[in-house]
Design a protein around this ligand. Structure first.
Ligand SMILES: [Zn+2]
Length: 180
């Protein structure tokens, strides 16, 4: 089976729930006005621990790379793609970058945007560690696994693992990753 098929067919994760601490941080950080690199790192550590994959360095820096094109009818410039995060896989330097500022207005991204990007990049990390793919791909299975992770993170803190959660609303349609 090639990497694409492997990714597409894998619609489940290796665990059924994440730690209480991961759920607490997820709930708390999403509601804040701002989020810091340290907090994204703390959340990533808890998620990686729950998913039983090695921890990964998280950087919250820079401006989202974006590409633009001119709309021939309105003559206005439109953003055709934007990158919210990157996954860098190099020997001795495996890391995640979450871009801190928006491409156009150069405003700091919201905690929810940063966390969504973090989950996406952690899933690439999971692909390399658990599926052992050469290249992690954006397949339907990949997005289903992100939905699953999000459901686990938003399950109620008190107890219940069984309650039905709201569905993952999906990533930005233009989401792409930059190469490092
Ligand atoms: Zn990606």
């Amino acid at each position: 089976m090639n990497d694409y098929e492997k990714s597409k067919r894998t619609v489940k994760l290796n665990v059924k729930k994440v730690s209480k601490r991961a759920r607490e941080l997820y709930a708390k950080y999403r509601e804040q006005d701002r989020i810091t690199e340290r907090q994204l790192q703390a959340l990533a550590n808890e998620i990686c621990k729950s998913l039983r994959i090695p921890q990964i360095k998280v950087m919250f820096i820079g401006r989202q790379p974006a590409t633009f094109k001119m709309n021939p009818h309105s003559h206005q410039t439109v953003t055709t793609s934007k990158t919210l995060g990157s996954y860098c896989r190099e020997p001795f330097n495996t890391s995640i970058i979450i871009y801190r500022y928006t491409a156009v207005k150069k405003k700091e991204v919201s905690p929810k945007t940063a966390i969504n990007a973090l989950l996406h990049e952690i899933m690439h990390h999971w692909d390399y560690e658990k599926l052992r793919v050469k290249k992690s791909k954006h397949t339907s299975g990949f997005y289903q696994r992100i939905s699953l992770l999000k459901e686990m993170l938003s399950s109620p803190l008190e107890s219940g693992d069984n309650q039905k959660q709201t569905r993952w609303e999906g990533l930005h349609p233009f989401y792409i990753d930059a190469k490092c």
